[in-house]
Ligand binder design. Structure first.
Ligand SMILES: Cc1ncc(COP(=O)(O)O)c(C=O)c1O
Length: 440
């Protein structure tokens, strides 16, 4: 069955050019493994593994079975003062994968909620320790931390903030981004130049006084702005400056956690341990919405004081720790371990990097950036029509080559499955090349 154009009006699509989309929709009705099936029956190869979500492939039988079983056994139960068994099991499994000293997690339903939860935990932590003056939050230019007011305010992607400019939360500032086309273009992996940009945090500590700053939040590898791996030494230096001033360091690992950079967490891959880690997406392989905020023991412990009958943190969602989401998460954790998914992802990195960088001399390409299984090819913008070439490539990939990719303006992005078949990966990039050759 295909959707009539009159059936398309009610749904206001997120982050989509609605009128353009509805003129010629791209609608998926099924998925299996590494492929989608579109409404017209065509089979598409998913080069974005969902939306960074579905690293082990779509409709993995083990997750499907776990969800089906759980929904028939316990569909929902309240999560405040009463809760379900699966939420505890998942918290234990997931924290066991986290860096040393991080043994507690708080469940949310999305990356945006994880970020706002993390910011609130950071503020509450300082207050609980008698440092309630630490209220400033520091983000980074070009950062993406979801779309809720906290995450949007610490975020640094201009179109996301533009129409809310007067309504962003107060007390936020930003360090400079690390994008440096002049020094780092076509770099493979972590750029050589730019560690000194971490010193920008010292500037903000001097300006606001470090004793007023609660937390700094960064993505270890900035994703949504178009893949900016951290310059070598940069994250370590941020950690040192945070320690010097008593500031909490939050890694937003909504994309980088659970194998995307070849380890359970980016923190592990980069050898830098933050105080709080925000996650979502790969926690359940995207099957049921769920996020988790991981915190250091000292943060959890700071809240666990005062009368024991009192709620320690006045925060939580109706669906925090949802049993069906937790069941999906548990099955996902099993697959990560049983199928050696993170090792597979690590093993694919070189192949992926080589495929991406084979576009280096293409006439439209001005930069290529990658880390782990995150990759971006930046195209030059057409005169007076920024973003037009990128979206055309996206659409042509879909219509002409049966490939799903993502574009953010003129940056085309790739998020291969963590268990991709190297030949399929290669064939998909051949399709992208045909498209790039065909656009003006
Ligand atoms: C780093 C980061 N933080 C937060 C989010 C927001 O997650 P969600 O869309 O699940 O709210 C995203 C989404 O891509 C993200 O990449």
């Amino acid at each position: 069955m295909s959707t009539n154009s009159s059936d398309l009006e009610a749904y206001w699509l997120p982050y989509t050019a609605n009128r353009d989309f509805k003129a010629k929709p791209r609608i998926i009705r099924a998925a299996s493994g590494h492929h989608y099936t579109a409404e017209d029956g065509s089979r598409l190869y998913d080069m974005f593994s969902g939306l960074w979500t579905s690293g082990v492939g779509h409709c993995h039988p083990k997750i499907v079975a776990a969800v089906q079983k759980q929904v028939a056994e316990l569909d929902y139960c309240m999560g405040f003062q009463v809760t379900n068994d699966k939420a505890f099991e998942l918290a234990n499994r997931a924290t066991a994968m986290a860096p040393d000293g991080i043994n507690h997690c708080f469940f949310t339903n999305s990356g945006s909620e994880s970020v706002d939860t993390a910011l609130k935990i950071a503020l509450g932590y300082h207050r609980a320790r008698g440092e309630g003056n630490r209220t400033r939050l520091i983000g980074r230019e070009k950062g993406y931390h979801g779309v809720n007011f906290g995450g949007m305010s610490v975020g640094g992607i201009v179109p996301n903030r533009k129409i809310f400019s007067a309504n962003l939360i107060p007390g936020v500032d930003h360090i400079r981004h690390t994008h440096d086309l002049e020094r780092n273009a076509f770099n493979r992996g972590q750029p050589e130049y730019g560690a000194e940009l971490a010193e920008d945090l010292q500037r903000l500590c001097a300006l606001h006084d470090g004793s007023n700053i609660a937390a700094v939040i960064v993505e270890p590898v900035a994703g949504s702005c178009g893949i900016l791996p951290p310059p070598i030494g940069y994250l370590k230096r941020l950690r040192e400056i945070c320690d010097e001033h008593g500031i909490l360091l939050i890694f937003d690992e909504v994309i980088t956690a659970f194998g995307r950079v070849g380890e359970a967490f980016g923190a592990e891959r980069f050898g830098v341990t933050p105080d709080i880690i925000t996650t979502a997406k790969g926690l359940t392989n995207g099957v049921i919405p769920m996020g988790a905020v991981f915190v250091r023991d000292s943060i959890y412990d700071a809240f666990m004081q005062g009368p024991e009958h009192m709620v320690e943190l006045f925060h939580g969602y109706t669906y925090s720790g949802h049993p069906v989401a937790a069941a999906a998460g548990l099955a996902t954790m099993d697959i990560y371990a049983e199928e050696g998914i993170f090792e597979q992802a690590r093993g694919l990195e070189q192949h992926f990097e080589d495929l991406l960088h084979s576009f280096a001399d293409h006439k439209h390409v001005i930069d290529i950036r990658n880390f782990g299984l995150m990759g971006a090819i930046e195209l030059s913008a057409r005169d007076g029509a920024a973003g037009a070439r990128g979206v055309e490539v996206h659409k042509k990939c879909f219509w002409d080559e049966n490939l799903v990719i993502r574009n953010s303006m003129d940056i085309i992005q790739f998020s291969p499955f963590l268990n991709s078949d190297p030949d399929e990966m290669q064939a998909s990039f051949e399709g992208v090349r045909r498209v790039l050759d065909s656009v003006e």
